[in-house]
Design a protein around this ligand. Structure first.
Ligand SMILES: NC(=O)NCCC[C@H](N)C(=O)O
Length: 483
C-alpha cells in the first residue's frame, strides 16, 4: 500500500491563472463514471453516458502523464513505456503498489484515504455519507470495518470491492476545480447548486480540515454561510439560497478575484463571499461577472479563461458590449423588456463597497486586468471561440474551447475537437501539438517542458467532453509561481 502523503514544505499559493503550475489536485476517472445510466445522466450532470476504458486509457491518462512531466518529472521520465504497457493501470490507482503518489499532482482519492486512517474522522465521515445517502445502520457498521483504501473508493464510486453498488457515484469529482478554490494561501470551500455534487463538497471539507498537508492553513479555510432568510422562506429555488461553485471563481491577480454570477453561483453567496474576502484581507478587489444563467454557460470558466498575461480566450457574445435594448432596433421601441441574460460586470474595492465600478464589457475588464493588475505592456489579445465564426463559436464553446488550463504562461491544454478555435491560436503564432507526440518528445529529450512556449496542447476528448467540462474544470491549482 502507498504511504500517506506528507511533507514539511507543502505550501499553498495561487495568485494568478497563468503562473507556472507547481502543484494541483486532480481526480482520475473512477469506476463510478462507468456506472452512469442513461436515465440518470442528466440528474448527474452528464450529457451522455461515457465509456470508462476509453475515457481513462485514451484520454485522461494522457492528462496525468503530461501534468507529471511538467510538475513532477522524476516520477515519469524514462518510465513512459513501462507505464503504458501495464494493462492493469496500477500507476493511476491510489490503492495499488505502483501508484504514482505524487505530491505535486495530488490525487484527491489518496487524500481521502489518508484522512480515513484516523478512526474518529472515519466514523464521522462515514456517518455523514450514510446519512446523506440513507444507508442502513447495519451497512454503516459494516463500512467501518473496511480498509481505508476500499472506503475511499466506496465513498467516491458508491461501489464496494466485491462490485456491489450501495449508493450513487459522484462522477463529477473529476472536475476538482468546482469543489474548492485556493486564493493566495486561503481555501474557499464551495456550496454546490446541484444536489449531485453535495458529497464532493463534504469530502473536500473533511480533507482540508483534517489532512496533515493542510494543517498550517486550518485558519485560512473560508466557508460561505447561508443567509438567515433562506431558512425561513419556502421553496428550494429562493434567491436567498447561498450557492457557489469553484468554476465561477478565478484568481486573476494576487489582489483581484473574479466571481461569476451564473446558473450555479447565487447573488446571496456572492454577497457573503465578497464581505468575507475583504474582512479576512484575502484580496482587495472582486469583480462580479453576471453571465446568462443557462446550462451552456454553467460557470465563468466555460466562457473564458486566460492564456498569457495579455491573452484570453472567450466566447464573443459574452465578451462584447451588448447593445440589445439600446434603441438601435425597432423591437427596442415596441417592448420595454430588457434582456435578462445581458452580461454585466461590477467591481468592488475593499473599503468602498457602496461605490462599485461598472465595466462596459467583459473584454474591457480583461484588458484592465492585463494592463493594470498584471502590468502587461503589450496589447491585450482576445482569441474567440470557434475563430469567431458562426456556428462554430457556440458549438466549440459547448465542447469547452474556452475552458483551457495554463500549465505555465502561454502553454495551454484544450480539447482536440475544437478545430476552429485551435486555428485561431495558430494564427496568433502558437505551436499546436498533440499530447501523445509531445509525451514522446519529452521522453526522448527532443522537447523540454521548461523551455516550451506559446503552445496549445491538444488532448483527446470524445468521451471527456460528454461530461461537460474541460481541463480548467479538471484542475484545482494549489501552487503557482508568482508572475
Ligand atoms: N468548472 C466547470 O465548468 N466544471 C464543469 C462541471 C461539469 C459537470 N458535469 C457539472 O455539470 O457540474
Amino acid at each position: 500500500m502507498s504511504q500517506s502523503l506528507s511533507s514539511n514544505d507543502f505550501k499553498l499559493n495561487v495568485g494568478s491563472e497563468i503562473g507556472t503550475l507547481r502543484c494541483l489536485i486532480i481526480h482520475s476517472p473512477d469506476s463510478g463514471l462507468g456506472k452512469v445510466v442513461p436515465s440518470k445522466a442528466q440528474d448527474w450532470l452528464f450529457e451522455d453516458i461515457v465509456h470508462l476504458e476509453t475515457i481513462r486509457k485514451n484520454e485522461y491518462d494522457h492528462y496525468l502523464k503530461l501534468l507529471l512531466y511538467f510538475l513532477d518529472p522524476q516520477l515519469i521520465k524514462g518510465k513512459l513505456n513501462d507505464i503504458d504497457n501495464d494493462a492493469s493501470r496500477e500507476f493511476y490507482k491510489p490503492s495499488k503498489a505502483q501508484f504514482h503518489n505524487s505530491l505535486k499532482v495530488v490525487e484527491l482519492q489518496k487524500l481521502l484515504s489518508d484522512i480515513l486512517e484516523v478512526e474518529s474522522i472515519k466514523q464521522k465521515l462515514i456517518a455523514s455519507v450514510c446519512a446523506m445517502e440513507s444507508v442502513t445502520y447495519h451497512l454503516q457498521n459494516d463500512l467501518l470495518t473496511r480498509s481505508t483504501t476500499e472506503l475511499a473508493n466506496i465513498i467516491i464510486s458508491g461501489t464496494m470491492d466485491n462490485g456491489k453498488m450501495i449508493f450513487a457515484p459522484i462522477p463529477n469529482l473529476i472536475f476538482t476545480r468546482d469543489v474548492a478554490i485556493i486564493i493566495n494561501n486561503f481555501i474557499l470551500l464551495n456550496k454546490p447548486a446541484k444536489k449531485a455534487r453535495s458529497r464532493e463538497t463534504l469530502i473536500a471539507r473533511y480533507i482540508f480540515f483534517n489532512h496533515p498537508l493542510f494543517t498550517a492553513y486550518k485558519n485560512n479555510i473560508l466557508e460561505i454561510p447561508d443567509s438567515l432568510p433562506h431558512f425561513l422562506r419556502p421553496g428550494e429555488e429562493n434567491e436567498q439560497h447561498s450557492t457557489l461553485e469553484g468554476g465561477d471563481v478565478m484568481v486573476v491577480a494576487k489582489n483581484h478575484l473574479l466571481i461569476g454570477f451564473s446558473e450555479r453561483t447565487s447573488a446571496a453567496a456572492i454577497n457573503e463571499t465578497v464581505k468575507m474576502l475583504f474582512d479576512r484581507n484575502v484580496v482587495e478587489k472582486v469583480s462580479i461577472v453576471k453571465i446568462p444563467h443557462k446550462r451552456d454557460f454553467m460557470h465563468l470558466d466555460t466562457v473564458f479563461t486566460q492564456v498569457k498575461r495579455n491573452m484570453w480566450v472567450i466566447l464573443k457574445s459574452i465578451g462584447m458590449v451588448d447593445h440589445r435594448g439600446n434603441g438601435n432596433e425597432p423591437i427596442d421601441h415596441i417592448t420595454t423588456k430588457q434582456p435578462e441574460d445581458r452580461t454585466e460586470v461590477t467591481q468592488f474595492i475593499k473599503g468602498k463597497i457602496n461605490e462599485p465600478i461598472k465595466f462596459d464589457s467583459v473584454e474591457q475588464l480583461l484588458t484592465d486586468i492585463s494592463e493594470n493588475d498584471l502590468k502587461s505592456n503589450e496589447k491585450t489579445e482576445i482569441i474567440y471561440s470557434g475563430n469567431e465564426e458562426f456556428p462554430y463559436d457556440s458549438r466549440e464553446q459547448w465542447t469547452d474551447s474556452c475552458n483551457l488550463l495554463a500549465v505555465k504562461e502561454g502553454v495551454v491544454l484544450g480539447y482536440d475537437r475544437n478545430d476552429h478555435t485551435i486555428n485561431a491560436f495558430k494564427k496568433k503564432g502558437f505551436m499546436v501539438t498533440h499530447v501523445t507526440d509531445l509525451l514522446q518528445k519529452f521522453e526522448s529529450g527532443e522537447l523540454n517542458p521548461e523551455t516550451l512556449e506559446n503552445t496549445f496542447i491538444t488532448m483527446p476528448s470524445a468521451e471527456l467532453s460528454r461530461a461537460r467540462g474541460g481541463f480548467h474544470c479538471m484542475s484545482m491549482p494549489v501552487f503557482r509561481d508568482e508572475i
